[in-house]
Design a protein around this ligand. Structure first.
Ligand code: ACO
Length: 380
């Protein structure tokens, strides 16, 4: 049997599988832009609400558009009637990412028309999921701490409202801004694994809830969004800054992966890591966690010495770990934080996919045997 030359690319590296107007990545130069605007400028000047408007509309809003978009988002902060009781019935031992995946899926059953994939309906569903996902995470975290849920406060921004619902008290402006920068920097990132997952699911003309649910499942993997929790676990295992170098060298010698480093697309420092590094340092100094930042910085220096030639640098997850810790978030909420923000990117991509859909259906190259005789069960 003749075989055609293989066009198989493991992990689809370098394959262009979609077009988008949302984010642009130059992995060699270390550039990330949302709709042409650098992530550095957005982190400095924008808000999460404005960034979501930008991603979904491919332009910045004027102040009245931003006002009405913000009100629409706030109108979706509350969970559907009876939903919080479902969260309160979940096992308190559940991992928050399993919980979030399940409860985002459950939202479909509270939607009168969950399968409407018109652009208008998809935008409304995206706004609903984005608006109320923080309440899901906050209510679950309070449930497992034996605390009653806190009703959302529609006078607060997306970020301030989440921290308020989680902690039961209004966050400081500094904490709100820090959290908002995290939300901005995680909102979209080309055709990463979870975004690809969302686009693959919606390409069957399934529904937005299914696409978001599958994307959350993808994100939680340790090679993707789950790496931020891996970074924190590593930092916790390093007693002091003086132990950081030996710890990392030990990992390298054992050929273990150092979480928060390396990226399929970036072969330079991830620009989000650069933004979050500055933020992490500031927050660490302000909250008495300077040792955490110093350990991280030392690891970065060792990794630069050992791995820069291979193009392995810190990615978004590396300094987000210190940042989330300084904001006061528990370790297993780090990846859910990534999800809260990335719902914006996933849903924007789903809407782009729906606007110009073609079913994703690649091929597998069969590498098994042919012409194998069928052996009756008693002869095997
Ligand atoms: N630590 C040590 N070695 C690494 C790392 C790392 N973090 N990342 C890549 N490498 C090495 C691999 O061991 C491999 O070495 P080899 O050629 O000698 O076998 C080489 O670099 C290429 O690795 P691949 O896994 O083929 O590269 P890929 O493009 O698939 O890697 C990935 C991307 C999965 C992110 C990888 O860098 C990794 O595992 N990083 C750690 C997990 C992480 O931080 N993930 C978050 C990524 S950002 C995000 O998803 C939000």
């Amino acid at each position: 049997m003749t075989t055609a030359p293989s066009s198989f690319v493991k992990g689809l590296e370098g394959i262009v599988a979609a077009q988008t107007e949302m984010s642009h990545i130059d992995g060699t130069a270390g550039i990330l832009e949302y709709v042409g605007i650098s992530i550095g400028d957005l982190s400095k000047h924008s808000t999460f609400e404005e960034t979501v408007f930008l991603l979904w509309n491919k332009r910045l809003p004027n102040s009245s558009e931003l006002g009405s978009f913000t009100s629409d988002l706030r109108a979706n902060y509350a969970l559907p009637e009876g939903f919080v009781e479902r969260i309160s019935s979940l096992p308190t031992s559940a991992e928050p990412m399993h919980m979030l995946r399940t409860m985002v899926s459950a939202l479909a059953m509270y939607d009168d028309n969950p399968n409407d994939n018109s652009v208008e309906a998809a935008r409304a569903k995206a706004l609903k999921i984005l608006g109320c996902a923080p309440a899901i995470v906050a209510a679950f975290d309070r449930h497992r701490r034996g605390l009653a849920p806190v009703e959302p406060d529609t006078s607060l921004s997306f970020s301030a409202n989440f921290l308020y619902m989680l902690n039961g008290e209004k966050p400081t402006d500094a904490m709100t801004r820090a959290f908002d920068i995290c939300m901005i920097t995680h909102a979209d990132h080309g055709l990463n694994n979870s975004t690809f997952t969302a686009r693959v699911v919606i390409s069957t003309l399934s529904d937005l809830y299914s696409a978001m649910t599958a994307a959350i499942g993808s994100l939680r993997g340790p090679l993707h969004g789950g790496a931020n929790e891996g970074v924190m676990k590593m930092l916790n295992q390093i007693p002091t800054i003086d132990d950081a170098e030996a710890y990392v060298m030990g990992m390298i010698e054992r050929k273990e992966r150092i979480m928060g480093f390396g990226h399929r697309v970036y072969k330079a420092k991830d620009p989000r890591a650069a933004e979050l590094m500055t933020l992490a340092k500031q927050l660490a100094d302000d909250t008495g966690n300077s040792d955490l930042y110093e350990k991280s910085h030392k690891i970065e220096q060792v990794m630069e010495r050992e791995y820069a030639a291979k193009g392995i640098y810190p990615n978004v997850d590396f300094y987000s770990a210190t940042t989330y810790h300084c904001i006061g978030l528990k370790l297993d909420l780090f990846t859910p934080m990534f999800a809260l923000s990335r719902i914006a990117g996933w849903s924007g991509h789903v809407i782009e996919q729906l606007a110009d859909n073609r079913l994703f259906r690649p091929k597998a190259e069969y590498v098994g045997d042919h012409d194998v005789p069928y052996t009756p069960i008693n002869d095997r």
